[in-house]
Write a protein that binds this ligand. Structure first.
Ligand SMILES: [Zn+2]
Length: 344
């Protein structure tokens, strides 16, 4: 079945709320900012991070050009740290913005500025969301926010933070709860804009960086609190890399959807879902490497495999690399349609 534009938002919400069984949608759970789109539209980094029209155009490109069934913005991960007072280097066409200087020396110094949700760039994001919502009332809008552990890592330096956990665990715990309060404030502002989901992105909480036991002790409760406080929109938790050791925690952190990479076995996720009696949906897990380097038939195989193994929402494993060929992104949609056609 080819899903019509008209009902994509409804299908997304009915799926996430378990109200109705639909064919799996292809949602940009993480961003798809192909260089091919940027060149086509003659819009470029870093202007896109500060220009509302460019931000809107790039966020709509996967939908308009490749038929991906939703929009995801913003395109960088420094809005929150900038609001905390960090200096941001906006970088260039090939590199994402990053924190250059932070006002915080110690975890105990971290506090929420009064205008946290009201900076210039946050207002550009809000305006962009409002424009998209009014022009595309039936398109799912998912907004990526930086997860609390990753954000605290930006505020203190990630290496510093990992050392800190060993030296002064309770101070880190305290700082993390400050960051969480700020993020909830941000989410509550986003919820007033009639969005369809927030994606809490935690690249720094990947098992390659953070001990899974620390994830459980330090972070899980805070992630749960964010999900519990997000009452007006759907919640998605995305942790990068091999998250096998924390899948059980991810499935029981009260998110509507978890987003996983292809290194995690879907069979294992399904087993854990049964074991924990979790009704959390699973999004993923088309390899970004296959999208970047594979052929359309490789992409098709992965889509079929994911659907055969019960994926609820099809998405790339993580942000789609900029040099990925557009045909491979479009292939996810074509393969999904073909999969369901052959089933009927
Ligand atoms: Zn990721």
């Amino acid at each position: 079945m080819t899903q019509t534009t008209k009902n994509l938002r409804q299908i997304f919400n009915e799926t996430v709320k378990h109200q109705k069984k639909h064919d799996a949608l292809i949602i940009p759970v993480t961003t798809i900012n192909l260089l091919a789109y940027r060149n086509d539209l003659d819009i470029h980094f870093p202007e896109i991070h500060t220009n509302k029209k460019d931000m809107i155009d790039l966020s709509l490109a996967p939908y308009k050009i490749s038929k991906i069934e939703g929009v995801n913005l913003p395109f960088d991960m420094t809005l929150e740290s900038e609001s905390f007072g960090c200096e941001i280097d906006m970088r260039d066409e090939s590199n994402m913005p990053e924190v250059q200087k932070t006002p915080f020396k110690k975890a105990i110094d971290v506090e929420i500025p009064d205008d946290f949700t009201n900076t210039k760039r946050m207002n550009i994001l809000y305006d962009a969301i409002c424009d998209i919502r009014s022009n595309y009332p039936d398109l799912p809008i998912v907004i990526g926010i930086v997860g609390p552990f990753t954000l605290l890592g930006q505020l203190l330096g990630i290496e510093q933070l990992l050392k800190y956990i060993k030296l002064d665990y309770f101070e880190v715990e305290e700082a993390l709860s400050v960051v969480v309060e700020a993020l909830i404030e941000f989410i509550q502002k986003l919820e007033t804009l009639d969005i369809d989901a927030v994606v809490v992105c935690e690249p720094s909480a990947s098992c390659d960086l953070l001990d899974p036991n620390i994830f459980n002790q330090l972070l899980k409760g805070e992630l749960e609190y964010i999900a519990d406080e997000t009452t007006k929109t759907n919640t998605i938790l995305h942790v990068c890399g091999n998250t096998t050791q924390i899948i059980e925690d991810m499935l029981t952190s009260h998110y509507d959807v978890i987003s996983i990479e292809n290194v995690v076995s879907l069979n294992y996720v399904n087993e854990m879902r049964d074991k924990t009696k979790s009704d959390t949906l699973v999004a993923g897990n088309i390899s970004t490497k296959t999208l970047l380097l594979g052929s359309t038939s490789d992409v098709r195989d992965e889509v079929f495999y994911a659907l055969d193994n019960g994926i609820d929402i099809l998405a790339s494993s993580c942000s789609v690399p900029p040099y990925t060929p557009e045909v491979n992104v479009a292939e996810m949609v074509k393969a999904r349609d073909e999969y369901y056609q052959t089933q009927k």
